[in-house]
Ligand binder design. Structure first.
Ligand code: ADE
Length: 299
């Protein structure tokens, strides 16, 4: 998978991309990440990237021209890249790999051009899962008070926001999108399953499943607990830290009891921090009755 980041601050990314899982995924070639300095696509002495908004108003708007020219240069680079790949990856000379543009003919099942902005659709774990299926993602980082809307109309396939707050630019958002996506790529996390059962991950318990520690086909369920709700609390050694002791059940060796405790603790955390998730999470009868007990005990 490859990410191309269009930004006014390419050096910003040397921090977030150089640590832990991301840096390993880059080192092993699972993901390629390139930054492109939008100022390199300006043609005036002052390397101007922004201008005043038509119709008046506060602040400056990113001009379309450097962004269009940068994307056009990437199209050319992709063509060159794929000519090289012909020598290394047999039988993968596929025309759809070559063309990322124009937008009207783009193969969005493999490539996506994304504008990061506070006005975009919310970025979720489902978005990350979708991006992880693509070959190439181009991230356009907005700055100042906005980006000329023609970038959205004519270049971008989607406009994404990482949350209901305004950042000073799309760079932090791009780093978030890349991190959340890359860790889902096959082989990136040590344990292949470890992202399947975390908060917002695949459902571990389906509605009306028997809560006996087995799936309907008899396969024991993971001891992880979430699936559409927040993850359960975790503890590690020491069991007694400055007088704060861990729940006894976790050291008792009864795996079914541990699974049940974790599910209940996850439900409790979700009720407290993200009650909105409970409306669409797959819940068992047992979950619902536990939630009812919790709600009844709320002040
Ligand atoms: N740029 C400014 N705010 C943003 C947000 N919340 N998400 C993505 N890009 C942004």
């Amino acid at each position: 998978m490859r990410f191309d980041i269009l930004t006014l601050f390419p050096d910003f990314f040397s921090g977030p991309l150089n640590y832990g899982i991301l840096s390993r995924a880059i080192a092993t070639g699972t993901v390629q990440i390139a930054t492109h300095d939008l100022r390199a696509f300006t043609h005036d002495r002052h390397r101007t990237v922004d201008d005043r908004p038509f119709g008046g108003g506060e602040g400056m708007v990113l001009k379309p021209q450097p962004i269009f020219e940068c994307i056009e240069s990437l199209e050319q680079k992709y063509k060159e890249n794929n000519i090289n790949q012909l020598h290394t990856r047999k039988n993968e000379c596929n025309k759809s790999i070559i063309e990322i543009a124009p937008k009207s003919t783009r193969d969005t099942s493999r490539h996506s051009v994304i504008l990061l902005s506070a006005q975009g659709k919310p970025f979720t774990q489902a978005t990350a899962h979708h991006l992880a299926t693509l070959d190439r993602v181009v991230l356009i980082c907005g700055r100042y008070e906005g980006v000329d809307e023609r970038v959205n109309d004519l270049l971008a396939d989607q406009e994404i926001s990482i949350g209901d707050y305004v950042l000073s630019g799309g760079e932090l958002a791009a780093a978030v999108v890349i991190d959340a996506t890359v860790r889902l790529l096959p082989g990136v996390l040590g344990h292949e399953d470890s992202n399947r059962f975390e908060s917002f991950g695949a459902a571990d318990v389906q509605p009306n499943d028997p809560a006996d520690g087995k799936t309907p086909d008899g396969v024991p369920r993971s001891t992880h607990g979430s699936g559409g709700i927040l993850d359960y609390p975790q503890y590690t050694r020491p069991a007694n830290f400055r007088g704060a002791v861990i729940p006894e059940i976790l050291t008792g060796g009864d795996h079914l009891a541990i699974r049940r405790w974790r599910r209940q603790a996850a439900l409790e955390k979700t009720l407290r921090n993200r009650p909105d998730l409970l409306a669409r999470a797959p819940l068992t009868e047992e979950d619902r009755s536990y939630l009812a007990t919790l709600q009844a005990s709320l002040p």
